[in-house]
Design a protein around this ligand. Structure first.
Ligand SMILES: [Cu+2]
Length: 595
C-alpha cells in the first residue's frame, strides 16, 4: 500500500541514504500509523514564465505554476523535503491540515519557524488526520504565496468511499493571481511607502488567464469531458486579495465539500470562493455537446473599488463530433458587486453530519472572544507615508497590528525565551463604538497599536470567537479569516453590530459547516467555535495577503494536556535557524523600529 497512490508530478531521485532512512522510518511508522507514508521533493527555483505577453522570473516549486498536486488518503503521512534555491528565505504551509501535536511543520514564518534560507533545505512532516476532500499548500512568507502554491487531494481512507456516487473523473481548478511585475518588489514598495498595494494584472485558472486577456487564447485551460459523465472538480482559491465567483455556462453545480470536510449536497448555478478556501463540486456533462466557459469573476464589496476588474476563464469542452462554435458564456454569473449572491451562497452550506461523518460542536463554552477586524493606520516619521494624513496604512484585530518577531513564537514558547511575544492579546476590543457606522475616520478608532500578542488557551478549552467586521477608515469589506491547526464550526453570521442577546438565538448547532477559512460579512459578524485540543502555536489571519502583511493577524498558544498523547511532539532534530531572514527580514518589526 505504501507508494501505491499515483502522483501527477515526477518525484526527483532520492539519494541511497535518504531511501534507506525512508525505509527504516516506514518500518517504524507502520506499527503506529494507519495510513501510507509518502515522500516528495519540492525544489524552489526562480525561472521565467510568460503571461499577457510579459515574461518575468518568479519562484515556483519544481518549475510549475501552479505547483504540483499531491494525492494522499485520509490518515496518511507525507514528508516533503523543501530545497530552497530561491534567492530569499521561504516557508511552506499545509493549508487546512490540522497537524495534530505537530506545529513544527505548520509553516507560517516567524510564528512556527524561521525561513528556510536560500541554499538550504528543510523536511516537513504532514500528518493527515480527519481531513478528506481538497486542501492545498502554499508559501507562507511575505507574498511568495502568489507563485508558490498547489493542491492537496485527500481521498477517502482505504476501504471507505465518498458520501456521494463515485465520480467518473476528477480535476483540480486552481485560482491564482498574475502580476506582470515581481510580486515581492511590489509588496516591498507598498510596505515601505505605507500606501495601497498594486493590483494584479490577471486572474488565472490552473495557471492560465484565459480567453478574455491579451496573448492568452492559445493556452486557455481546457477540461475535456464525455457526455453523460460526472466530474468532481476540486476548487482552490489562492488569489492574492480577491474573492471569486465560479460558474460553468448552462451547467448546474452540486457543492459537496468545503475545506476538507463534506457538506450536504447543495445545488447552485454559481459558487463563491474566498482566498484560503477549497471546495469540492460535482458537475454532470448533460448538455448539448459543445464548448462552455468556466469563469472566475471577482467579487468585491468594499467602498474603495480598488480591485482587478478582469475575468478569468477556462473551457468545459465535450469530446466527440460536433461543429465547434464559440464557447457559451454563463448568463447567470453574478456581477462584481453582487453582495446578495455572495451572502446567499455562504448561508446555504451545511455540514453533512451523518453517522459516517459526524460533527461535535462545542456547547459549553469556556473561552469567549469578541474580535474586531479593521483597516487602520499607524504614525509615520514626519507624516511621510502614503496613507491618509501621511500615515501608514495598517490593519488590526482588536486594535492590535501584528508584528512578526525575529525569533518565531513557537521556538520562543517551547524554549521559554522571553522578549519575543506577549500573552495579552485582548478578549475584546479596547473601545466600544458603532463598529459598522457609515463614517469612521476619527483618530480614536483609526489608530492601531503594533505588537506581537498571543492568546493562551488551556488544553481542551471550548472556544467561541465572534468576529466583528468594522467600517473603520470607511473600509468595510468581507475578510476571509483563516485559523491554522483546527477546523472550526461556523455557527452564526449576520449583518450589523453583534447583539449578544438576540443573535445567539439564531445559531445553528445542528449542522453548522466546518471550515478553516470563513468570510466575515462586510459590516457584519460571524461566530465560530472549536475545541482547543491541538497543543501548539497556531496563527490566525485574514487570507487577503495585503491585510495579512498590514497586520490583521494574531496567534493562539494551546498548552499541553496532561499526557504525552495530548502534548506537542518534540521538535525535529533540525529547524531552520533564525539568523537568516527572508527577503525583507521580519518586515513589520523592521517597520516598527524605523522611527
Ligand atoms: Cu482582510
Amino acid at each position: 500500500m505504501v507508494g501505491s497512490i499515483p502522483t501527477n508530478f515526477s518525484i526527483l531521485p532520492w539519494s541511497i541514504l535518504q531511501a534507506l532512512v525512508g525505509m527504516m522510518m516506514m518500518i517504524l511508522l507502520r506499527s503506529s500509523v494507519q495510513g501510507a507514508v509518502h515522500y516528495y521533493d519540492f525544489v524552489l527555483t526562480n525561472s521565467n514564465f510568460t503571461r499577457l505577453c510579459t515574461t518575468k522570473s518568479m519562484v515556483t516549486v519544481n518549475n510549475s505554476f501552479p505547483g504540483p498536486t499531491f494525492r494522499v488518503r485520509k490518515g496518511d503521512t507525507a514528508y516533503v523535503n523543501v530545497y530552497n534555491e530561491a534567492p530569499y528565505g521561504v516557508t511552506i504551509h499545509w493549508h487546512g491540515i490540522k497537524q495534530p501535536r505537530n506545529p513544527w511543520s505548520d509553516g507560517p514564518e516567524y510564528v512556527t519557524q524561521c525561513p528556510i534560507a536560500s541554499g538550504t533545505n528543510f523536511t516537513y512532516e504532514i500528518i493527515f488526520s480527519s481531513e478528506e476532500g481538497t486542501l492545498w499548500w502554499h508559501a507562507h512568507s511575505d507574498w511568495t504565496r502568489s507563485t508558490v502554491h498547489g493542491a492537496i487531494v485527500i481521498l477517502p481512507a482505504e476501504g471507505t468511499t465518498y458520501p456521494f456516487p463515485e465520480p467518473d473523473a476528477e480535476h483540480v481548478i486552481f485560482f491564482a493571481s498574475w502580476y506582470n511585475e515581481d510580486v515581492m518588489e511590489l509588496m516591498d514598495e507598498a510596505l515601505r511607502e505605507g500606501g495601497l498595494t498594486t493590483l494584479s494584472d490577471a486572474y488565472c485558472i490552473n495557471g492560465q488567464p484565459g480567453d478574455f486577456y491579451n496573448c492568452s487564447r492559445d493556452d486557455t485551460y481546457r477540461l475535456s469531458v464525455d457526455y453523460g459523465k460526472t466530474y468532481l472538480l476540486r476548487l482552490v482559491n489562492s488569489v492574492q486579495n480577491t474573492d471569486m465567483f465560479f460558474t460553468i455556462a448552462n451547467h448546474t453545480l452540486t457543492v459537496v465539500g468545503w475545506d476538507g470536510a463534506y457538506v450536504k449536497p447543495y445545488i447552485t448555478d454559481y459558487m463563491l470562493i474566498t482566498p484560503g478556501q477549497s471546495m469540492d463540486v460535482l458537475v454532470t456533462a448533460n448538455q448539448t455537446p459543445s464548448q462552455y466557459y468556466m469563469t472566475g469573476t471577482p467579487f468585491f464589496d468594499g467602498q474603495a473599488d480598488d480591485f482587478d476588474k478582469t475575468i478569468t476563464s477556462a473551457i468545459f469542452q465535450y469530446s466527440g463530433n460536433y461543429t465547434p462554435s464559440l464557447p457559451a458564456y454563463p448568463t447567470g454569473s453574478p456581477g462584481f458587486y453582487d453582495i446578495d449572491a455572495a451572502k446567499f451562497f455562504i448561508k446555504n452550506l451545511r455540514s453533512l453530519n451523518s453517522p459516517e461523518h459526524p460533527i461535535d460542536v462545542p456547547e459549553n463554552i469556556t473561552t469567549r472572544m469578541y474580535m474586531t477586524i479593521a483597516i487602520s493606520m499607524m504614525k509615520c516619521p514626519n507624516d511621510s507615508c502614503e496613507g491618509p494624513d501621511g500615515n501608514r496604512i495598517a490593519s488590526a484585530l482588536n486594535n492590535i497590528t501584528f508584528a512578526n518577531p525575529s525569533v518565531d513564537i513557537l521556538q520562543a514558547y517551547y524554549n521559554n525565551i522571553s522578549g519575543y511575544y506577549k500573552t495579552d492579546f485582548p478578549d475584546k476590543p479596547p473601545h466600544v463604538y458603532n463598529f459598522t457606522a457609515a463614517s469612521l475616520m476619527t483618530d480614536n478608532v483609526t489608530m492601531s497599536e503594533q505588537g506581537t500578542k498571543v492568546k493562551v488557551l488551556e488544553y481542551n478549552e471550548t472556544v467561541e470567537i465572534v468576529f466583528q467586521g468594522t467600517n473603520v477608515m470607511n473600509s468595510g469589506e468581507n475578510h476571509p479569516m483563516h485559523l491554522h491547526g483546527f477546523r472550526f464550526y461556523v455557527v452564526g453570521m449576520g449583518i450589523g453590530n453583534f447583539d449578544n442577546v438576540t443573535d445567539p438565538l439564531t445559531y445553528n448547532l445542528n449542522d453548522p459547516p466546518e471550515a478553516n477559512t470563513i468570510p466575515i460579512p462586510k459590516d457584519g459578524w460571524a461566530t465560530i467555535r472549536f475545541r482547543a485540543n491541538n497543543p501548539g502555536v497556531w496563527f490566525m489571519h485574514c487570507h487577503f495577503d495585503r491585510h495579512m502583511t498590514w497586520g490583521m493577524d494574531m496567534a493562539f498558544i494551546v498548552k499541553n494536556g496532561k499526557t504525552a498523547e495530548t502534548s506537542m511532539k518534540h521538535p525535529p532534530a533540525y529547524m531552520p535557524p533564525c539568523s537568516t531572514d527572508s527577503l525583507y527580514g521580519p518586515l513589520q518589526a523592521y517597520l516598527q523600529h524605523e522611527d
